[in-house]
Design a protein around this ligand. Structure first.
Ligand code: UD2
Length: 312
């Protein structure tokens, strides 16, 4: 019987959490529908029990949660612009699916659910860094859906006493992130293009900034959130980030150095629903989890570029 369930295990965050659990000798089950997850990401996870299934289907959720102690709920239709194009699909995969996972987890007696929230919930409020007690202000349908799912997590903690923990991720990047879609994360796209000698596109003036978070730090935050005492974390929501921000232009310049790309970016109109600046205060995760980001931005970018060069 698997102790851990990772939803969205074909996605890069789910895949990375599962790999770390397996490396620690844990028993792991993974589920993915491959709407955006990739079968190639399961290579190396052969020790995991895998179920192909869609979390929009309650029966698939029940099968996935049976006998499990801890769920890492990473499955989502991530992407702000995708949600602008198709808000219903985002709702099904981010809200309905999350509610199904919660109901199935409750039915199966799951002890704890760690959920992948999104920094997009903060929206475009001017105050930086973002602290958890700030009022959310979602702009895109994606942000609204991720926030609704967070509220379901909190609600199930309050009304059913379940140990739910929300980690609000801030622009996660690193090896295994899919660079191949217009909806991919910006750093995956930039790495792929710049290594191929193609000019990446910057939407807007490039002065927007992000608290880019390396995958290893996110894995660490998840494992800490799964192990922390319930009195500290059950029903809580906290930022999982680096606690620093870089503009897209600055990031492009570092990548130029790391990839050897010689050109300049192409500039295009800013995207609808886009946020200008994003920067996390990580003191709550430090306090509740003992979380500390470990990899510098440049080193994380270097490792990421190496991965796209060799492994992608
Ligand atoms: C949001 C969330 C993030 C995560 C993610 C999931 C915020 C601040 N962050 O990321 O935590 O939930 O959604 O998808 O809300 N861009 C370019 N060129 C490209 C691609 C993107 O310039 O080819 C720009 C884009 O306009 C934006 C920035 O890069 O200003 C980051 O875009 P992204 O899609 O990587 O992530 P973002 O910030 O929407």
């Amino acid at each position: 019987m698997a102790k851990y369930l990772v939803t969205g295990v074909g996605g890069f965050i789910g895949r990375s959490i599962a790999a770390e659990l397996l490396a620690r000798g844990e028993s792991v089950r993974g589920i993915d529908s491959f709407i955006t997850g990739r079968r190639a990401n399961l290579v190396g996870l052969e020790a995991m029990e895998f179920q192909e299934g869609d979390l929009a289907d309650p029966a698939a959720c029940a099968r996935a949660c049976a006998g499990v102690d801890t769920v890492f709920h990473e499955a989502a239709l991530a992407s702000v612009p995708r949600s602008v194009v198709d808000p219903v699909a985002t709702n099904v995969n981010c809200v309905d699916a999350t509610l199904n996972v919660l109901v199935a987890s409750r039915g199966a007696g799951v002890r704890r659910i760690v959920f992948a929230g999104s920094s997009s919930a903060y929206g475009d409020t001017p105050t930086l860094p973002k602290r958890e007690e700030m009022l959310p202000n979602p702009i895109s349908p994606y942000a609204a859906a991720k926030l609704a799912a967070e509220y379901y997590m909190r609600s199930f903690a309050r009304v059913y006493g379940m140990e739910t923990v929300v980690l609000r991720y801030f622009n996660v990047f690193g090896p295994y992130q899919d660079p191949g879609s217009t909806y991919s994360g910006v750093l995956a796209i930039f790495c792929r293009k710049m290594l191929a000698g193609e000019a990446p596109t910057i939407y807007g003036d490039g002065q927007q900034s992000r608290d880019f978070t390396y995958i290893d730090d996110v894995i660490n935050a998840n494992l800490l959130a799964a192990a922390a005492p319930a009195e500290k974390v059950a029903g809580q929501m906290m930022n999982a980030a680096t606690g620093a921000r870089y503009t897209l232009r600055e990031t492009f310049d570092i990548l130029k150095d790391l990839t050897g790309f010689k050109g300049e970016p192409v500039f295009a109109e800013a995207r609808t629903g886009d946020i200008r600046h994003s920067h996390a205060d990580i003191s709550l995760a430090r306090k509740l989890l003992g979380y500390e980001p470990k990899v510098s931005f440049r080193e994380a970018l270097r490792r990421t570029v190496e991965w796209y060069k060799n492994g992608a």
